[in-house]
Design a protein around this ligand. Structure first.
Ligand code: A3P
Length: 285
């Protein structure tokens, strides 16, 4: 089947493509989801470092928090399943702010939004498209670049996603975290996460978490894991081994041609003209 035909097989909701592991039925019922006041949502555009931050949160407080599978993964029975959790729930999602279930907004649940510079995000998502049997096949980087530019990929345009969440940046219940900051000064980002969750760590716990959530440790552990589709935080695949590719900042330089960089930079300048997030990301593009 051609890539285009495979794309057309994916669920579409309000004009946006979603991965095969979600369902139109669930997406249409998002507003029936009941949030709890102490829920924490881990939100991101795909390939922005979701697994990394999830691992950090699990290591901070796994006895008190329970990491769930993504809100939009599965069918509507998912919402019933989520009700059975007796601990404080940490729920990952790649949903845009716009379509986020209403109760999450009403109850002002805590939300951590992870952002990564879009060029590295695009390259990472390109590899996911290539390696992941649950996403359409894509032959070349050039073909994927066009789809990414148009926002014709799962979860839609990076620009729409980030701008939608950025609008909420001053809400006290929302923390914006940058992949690049985690790479540059992990302990500083860790402090932001713990302060946001109202927790405190000793120096030895900080050391342990830094090691446990390092790229090499996470990649090695994923390689040893037995595939369990019921235990995943990814809405795009059940195979955790596919997640840990390079884990670096700036890999885009090995993919973008000079022309692609120019086209992308022009679009970025236009779409992100008034964006604070863009100012933060500037040095990485
Ligand atoms: P690359 O494909 O560039 O390597 P997500 O979890 O949102 O799907 O994001 C996946 C990206 O985060 C992948 O990027 C992956 O390698 C990177 N990543 C995952 N864990 C990481 C870690 N501990 N340190 C650095 N990068 C990590």
């Amino acid at each position: 089947m051609s890539a285009e035909n495979q794309q057309s097989e994916l669920p579409r909701f309000k004009g946006t493509l979603y991965p095969a592991l979600t369902s139109e039925e669930l997406l249409n019922s998002l507003d029936s989801f009941q949030a709890r006041e102490d829920d924490v949502f881990l939100v991101s555009y795909p390939k922005s470092g979701t697994h990394w931050v999830a691992e950090v949160i699990e290591n901070i407080a796994s006895t008190r928090l329970a990491l769930m599978s993504p809100l939009e993964r599965g069918d509507v029975s998912k919402f019933e399943e989520l009700k059975t959790c007796s601990k404080r729930r940490v729920i990952p999602t790649h949903l845009s702010y716009e379509i986020l279930p209403a109760t999450i907004k009403q109850k002002q649940c805590k939300m951590i939004y992870v952002v990564r510079n879009p060029k590295d995000t695009a390259v990472s998502l390109f590899h996911y498209y290539r390696d992941n049997p649950d996403l359409p096949d894509i032959d070349t980087w050039a073909a994927f670049f066009e789809l990414f530019l148009r926002g014709d990929v799962v979860y839609g345009s990076w620009f729409d996603h980030v701008l939608g969440w950025e609008e909420r940046r001053n809400d006290k219940n929302i923390l914006i975290l940058y992949y690049e900051d985690l790479k540059k000064d992990f302990s500083k980002s860790l402090k932001r996460i713990t302060a946001f969750l109202g927790m405190h760590l000793s120096d030895s716990e900080v050391q342990r978490i830094t090691w446990k959530t390092s790229f090499s440790e996470m990649k090695n552990n994923a390689a040893k894991e037995i595939l369990d589709p019921n235990h995943t935080i990814c809405a795009l695949t059940s195979d955790r081994k596919l997640v840990f590719r390079k884990g670096v900042v700036g890999d885009w330089i090995n993919y973008f041609t000079a022309k692609q960089k120019k086209i992308f930079d022009e679009l970025f300048a236009e779409r992100m003209k008034y964006s604070e997030v863009a100012r933060h990301l500037k040095e990485y593009s």
